[in-house]
Design a protein around this ligand. Structure first.
Ligand SMILES: [Zn+2]
Length: 344
């Protein structure tokens, strides 16, 4: 099947009461790891690329790798999503390239660093929604600012500096018509999210629950939601790495989020850790190896394991065959006729 609408995946997830992991990619091995995990667990899947990934891979390579994924895994509903679009133009170019979902992150100015105003955010996001929905493409917005910096994107502040205000969230959704909303509840991008296991003081799940109560029909998105498990950190450090002690978002907190409206969970760091640990292990144990496959294959396997585990933990496993994906043209009709959500 062709790449599909993210809106439909999230509507179905809401109906089924589960979450869908959105995994970042830059290359073929990462795409293969995700698709293999999706097949093994029978999961619908969101593959996402940041601006950094688009420039690293050159859009065209990435897009054709994703087409190969849809040919080779026809039973898996697969979304190609733009992570953190910084401007209307970036979203426009992603849609032209064939992405079926885009994030317009107007919480920051187009420099991707400076926190913006509410008005800037609404205006840019609204413009993307109009352009995208006319083509059946899904839009994710963000209100409040995530912590940290990833791929040069982020205000570089800690996760608690710009938490999402529930009143603003309601106003933002009403004024923009976004399909999904990323909220800031204390999480950060990158490996160093928390200096100890997060508590209600540092990870504001109560804020998320409040926003869900106010916006029960909006799909919430948790960014910066790698769990950064100790065993993955340990492999890296055992084989010569130097990661400082760090904590991510515990899976049980994500599962609490899923019970409270979270439908998309962004995971990147855990996969990076798995890949790096596997490669370090080969380099340390077999220094005579020089065929890239000798370390890329274990790296791909290690990432697949993490993705498959998250798919089971988020609840998307087993749901790949639940529904027949609608075409983007049909999605455009439905937006036009106000017949969204797909699953009422
Ligand atoms: Zn993010």
């Amino acid at each position: 099947m062709p790449l599909v609408s993210m809106r439909q995946l999230l509507d179905e997830a809401a109906r089924g009461g589960y979450g869908v992991g959105a995994f970042n990619v830059n290359n073929m091995e990462q795409i293969q790891a995700i698709m293999e995990a999706a097949r093994e667990t029978k999961s619908p899947v969101i593959v996402q690329a940041s601006r950094g990934a688009r420039s690293y891979s050159q859009d065209r390579f990435l897009y054709h790798l994703m087409l190969a994924a849809t040919e080779l895994y026809p039973e898996i509903p697969t979304v190609l999503h733009l992570d953190h679009g910084n401007s209307v133009d970036t979203c426009k170019s992603a849609i032209a390239m064939g992405f079926t979902s885009v994030m317009m992150d107007g919480s920051l100015m187009p420099d991707g660093k400076t926190p913006s105003t509410f008005d800037h955010n609404v205006k840019a996001t609204r413009e993307v929604v109009e352009m995208a929905h006319a083509k059946g493409i899904t839009v994710e917005g963000e209100i409040g600012c995530l912590g940290g910096i990833e791929d040069g994107h982020g205000a570089g502040l800690d996760g608690l500096s710009h938490l999402t205000d529930p009143d603003q969230a309601v106003e933002f959704v009403q004024q923009t018509g976004v399909d999904a909303l990323a909220i800031a509840i204390g999480t950060s991008h990158g490996a160093y999210k928390f200096t100890k296991k997060p508590t209600g003081e540092t990870l504001k799940m109560d804020r998320l629950i409040e926003i869900h109560k106010r916006l029960p029909h909006t799909h919430l998105v948790m960014h910066g939601s790698s769990s950064v498990p100790k065993d993955l950190q340990d492999v890296i450090n055992k084989y010569g790495g130097k990661l400082k002690p760090t904590w991510g978002v515990p899976v049980e907190e994500i599962q609490l989020g899923i019970k409270n409206g979270v439908r998309k969970i962004n995971v990147d760091t855990d996969n990076r850790l798995a890949i790096t640990g596997a490669i370090r292990k080969v380099f340390a144990e077999k220094p005579e190896e020089f065929d890239p496959r000798s370390y890329l294959k274990p790296a791909r396997d290690a990432m697949k394991k993490v993705v498959a585990l998250r798919m089971m933990q988020f609840g998307q496993a087993g749901h790949a065959g639940d529904y027949a994906p609608i075409t983007l043209a049909e999605m455009a009709n439905r937006y036009e006729g106000n017949r969204v959500p797909v699953v009422p």
